[in-house]
Design a protein around this ligand. Structure first.
Ligand SMILES: NC(=O)c1ccc[n+]([C@@H]2O[C@H](COP(=O)([O-])OP(=O)(O)OC[C@H]3O[C@@H](n4cnc5c(N)ncnc54)[C@H](O)[C@@H]3O)[C@@H](O)[C@H]2O)c1
Length: 270
């Protein structure tokens, strides 16, 4: 039993990519509403990813923010590409928190390039992290949800619904997450486990490959309008995505499964 109050009071939630950016924002928002958290991140750079990833200090800071809200945080430095390590980290976390109710597969990476410059290495790292890593996260969480049901929230992108260019492996990986999630939603519905995707438009975070900016301004500026939101904002904020995640984790969405929730300021309308 938990003494928590809030929209996800007493729920135990796994979040990947929790050290910074949107993952940290999801952790704080869920903790504000009474959740305890298992926080996973690689906390190290990756080859072929041109911007820095998180650090161990970043992950510790997220845990501190959660604990300041009076909730529990279990951290694990794990590469989501490693299925066994994920299984162990989630099992240990669930044991410490007394179970698991939901998972947010949020960790992801982005490479940039045109169809001419995209490399096999970019394809492999982006699909490995974004698509197979999301699968590994779901697979590690599901055994803990089978008895009482739960919610899997897989972070895709507006790119997946729109076919956003200049990062084809990323767009493909995020579209793959939709197929994975719909398929899992069918298999798991009988167990009261819901599976949904979230599709953000651009959010200001550390996910910033400089080469994408160069491509958009110097090489294929004709494609820049595709990135424009319908609503008059250049980007939305992490909290806007976290509020959607909160809803999908909470019982307020108890009969939502297999949906694609767009938090995209209308970018996919254009
Ligand atoms: N920022 C945007 O504009 C945007 C738009 C749509 C969707 N998204 C998606 O939102 C999610 C969060 O991205 P963000 O913008 O907060 O980026 P970010 O780079 O700030 O955060 C991503 C986190 O994932 C971690 N990570 C990366 N590879 C990992 C691995 N193999 N194992 C474990 N952890 C790993 C990083 O260390 C980092 O802490 C991603 O899935 C991203 O694709 C981002």
């Amino acid at each position: 039993m938990s003494d928590a109050a809030g929209r996800v009071a007493g729920k135990r939630v796994l979040i990947t990519g929790a050290a910074r950016g949107m993952g940290r924002s999801h952790a704080v928002r869920l903790a504000q509403e009474g959740a305890d958290l298992i926080l996973v991140d690689i906390c190290a750079p990756l080859p072929d990813i041109e911007y820095p990833l998180s650090t161990p200090e970043d992950l510790a800071e997220t845990a501190e923010l959660v604990e300041k809200l009076g909730r529990r945080a279990v951290t694990a430095i794990v590469d989501i590409r490693d299925a066994t390590a994920m299984e162990i980290a989630v099992a240990e976390g669930a044991e410490r928190l007394g179970g698991l109710d939901a998972a947010v597969a949020n960790a992801g990476v982005l490479t940039a390039g045109t169809w001419v410059t995209t490399t096999p290495q970019q394809w492999r790292i982006v699909l490995d992290v974004n698509l197979i890593g999301t699968w590994n996260t779901c697979a590690a969480a599901i055994p803990h949800l089978l008895e009482h049901g739960g919610s899997l929230v897989n972070i895709s992108s507006a790119a997946a619904l729109k076919g956003t260019p200049l990062h084809i492996p990323y767009t493909a990986s995020k579209a793959g997450i939709v197929g994975l999630s719909r398929s899992l939603a069918n298999e798991l519905a009988a167990h009261q486990i819901r599976v949904n995707t979230v599709h953000p438009t651009g959010v200001e975070t550390g996910m910033r490959p400089d080469s994408l900016f160069t491509l958009l301004t110097e090489v294929r500026s004709d494609l820049a309008p595709i990135f424009g939101n319908a609503m008059p904002v250049a980007m939305v904020e992490a909290i806007d995505i976290s509020n959607a995640v909160l809803y999908l984790v909470s019982d307020e969405s108890r009969y939502l499964t297999g949906t694609e929730l767009k938090v995209d300021a209308g970018v996919t309308l254009r």
